[in-house]
Design a protein around this ligand. Structure first.
Ligand code: PHE
Length: 488
């Protein structure tokens, strides 16, 4: 509406001299006219010049009188031709109308004020109301009236802002909609020739990116990776969730009837249910050590089954990866000492509760060198755990099929004021290392812990389902703070 009116007007007129008057003359809202002027000016359809005017607007009191009449006229009309007692008149009028009205009407000599109030004239005009109405309608009034109304605080000054408008360099009687895309249809119809294209705005900001937030587990994982790297450890390739029973259990000297190898504890794969290949000569040595022993071991003395070793599963620990890596290392001659680590997912067929899921991340470190002792293991554990802020450690003898001795690791939790179990460790058994072909004096010290537990402690999360899985609040992932561990 306003746009058509302005562009149309400029077709036959040199200028719109005053947007306020223009709006009033065309029955348009001035603020709408201003918006259209700004937009047309932006596209250079028109040139606009600011105009400022000091004007007067009605105060709240002024607005009231413009509506219902000035108090002096209200008072005058309440006085009957025969006069009225002051008390009676006061009853008929609002207190402020009586107060202001009697002062003004007295000053105007309209009434005789006293105990008895009577008219001095028969007719009055409401000049105040008329003036206020003129101001409300944007019409001018004389300077004396302004002064009087201002003194009575019925009007206040206001700067009025508007525009004068002329045709601009891109003037057209109707705005052309700028095309934003060149379409196949434009090309087919050939109308691209006449289209005006919207200019690219290279400084426009794109919508904020919603993706790319790092999960707390990954933040803590990165910190732990840094710690391992500072300590000179190399990362092992853990990119296979599916593992064979051979690498997950047999190669670790875990007997085939061990309860962990039950489907109640381990997820076995239906398809493909078995592995395609295993290193046959090594497998023979593993079979022998399980059945008959060797390397000063008596073995388990049972009939080892190939079918059992072939079964595919979701790895239950990253020690399966460590085992593969140690086997590869054993094939390298001459022997080279190594420090390895990994942090990745493992799976266990467990009942889910506040602190357990059927999958979690395991952190694992190992050192492989000649002549290592339990003292070395304890030393490395102190070094590693103090870097993640746990410097008070205790160890408890434990059992793992693949380590001897084995130790559970406890750390003193300052917040909880007690010792909490934080991991498991040990020295890999000769029954595991010697069939691989490692030299006899090579020892491997190793430890493992979950990534979830330190993450939950660091981020103050007490239910693992709030950290991992489909019930996690995405807000947590978007808002959680960075992680800094220890003093690496
Ligand atoms: N694999 C062990 C576990 O699952 C952790 C561990 C790693 C223990 C290395 C000893 C040595 O808990």
């Amino acid at each position: 509406m306003a746009e058509e009116a302005i562009l149309g007007f400029l077709q036959t007129h040199e200028e719109v001299a005053d947007s306020g008057e223009f709006a009033a003359a065309h029955g348009l809202d001035h603020s709408e006219v201003v918006n259209v002027i700004k937009s047309l000016h932006g596209f250079r359809y028109i040139d606009a010049q600011d105009i400022k005017r000091e004007t007067w607007v009605l105060t709240e009191e002024g607005k009231k009188y413009a509506d219902v009449g000035s108090p002096e006229v209200q008072l005058f009309l309440a006085v009957p031709p025969e006069g009225i007692s002051r008390e009676e008149l006061q009853k008929r009028l609002d207190p402020s109308v009586f107060k202001i009205g009697s002062a003004q009407a007295g000053k105007n000599k309209w009434v005789e004020m006293g105990k008895h109030i009577s008219r001095k004239v028969q007719h009055v005009d409401d000049k105040v109301k008329d003036m206020l109405t003129r101001i409300k309608d944007g019409q001018g009034i004389d300077a004396d009236s302004i002064k009087a109304l201002k003194a009575r605080k019925l009007i206040t000054p206001q700067t009025w802002k508007g525009y004068s408008v002329k045709r601009g360099p891109n003037y057209a009687p109707k705005r052309k909609k700028a095309a934003t895309d060149l379409t196949r249809e434009n090309l087919q119809r050939g109308d691209w020739r006449d289209l005006e294209f919207k200019e690219y705005n290279f400084s426009a900001k794109g919508p904020p990116s919603e993706g790319g937030h790092v999960h707390p587990l990954l933040k803590v994982r990165q910190q732990l990776k840094n710690i391992f790297l500072y300590m000179g450890f190399e990362e092992m390739p853990t990119n296979n969730y599916v593992e064979s029973s051979f690498w997950n259990f047999d190669a670790l000297f875990q007997p085939q009837q061990h309860p962990a190898r039950d489907s109640h504890d381990t997820f076995f794969l239906k398809a493909p249910s078995t592995t395609r290949e295993l290193p046959e000569d090594y497998l023979e040595r593993v079979k022998r050590v399980h059945e008959l022993g060797g390397y000063q071991s008596r073995g388990y003395g049972y009939e080892w089954k190939r079918d059992e070793a072939n079964k595919n599963l979701l790895r239950t620990h990253t020690t399966a990866v460590s085992t593969r890596m140690l086997y590869l290392l054993a094939q390298k001659k001459p022997f080279e000492p190594k420090k390895y680590f990994s942090i990745d997912r493992v799976f266990r067929n467990e009942a889910v509760d506040r602190t357990h899921l059927a999958e979690f991340h395991q952190i694992e470190g190992l050192v492989c060198d000649r002549g290592l002792t339990l003292g070395d293991l304890i030393g490395v554990l102190h070094d590693f755990f103090s870097r993640i802020g746990m410097s008070k450690l205790r160890f408890k003898p434990a059992y793992n099929p693949y380590t001897e001795p084995s130790m559970e690791i406890f750390s003193y939790h300052e917040g909880l004021g007690k010792w909490v179990e934080i991991g498991n460790s040990g020295m890999f058994r000769p029954e595991m290392l010697l069939p691989m072909g490692l030299p006899e004096d090579v020892r491997v010290i190793a430890w493992g812990l979950s990534l979830e537990r330190p993450t939950m402690i660091l981020y103050g999360i007490d239910n693992i389902r709030d950290l991992f899985g489909h019930k996690v609040d995405l807000g947590l992932i978007k808002k959680n703070p960075i992680c800094r561990l220890g003093n690496n």
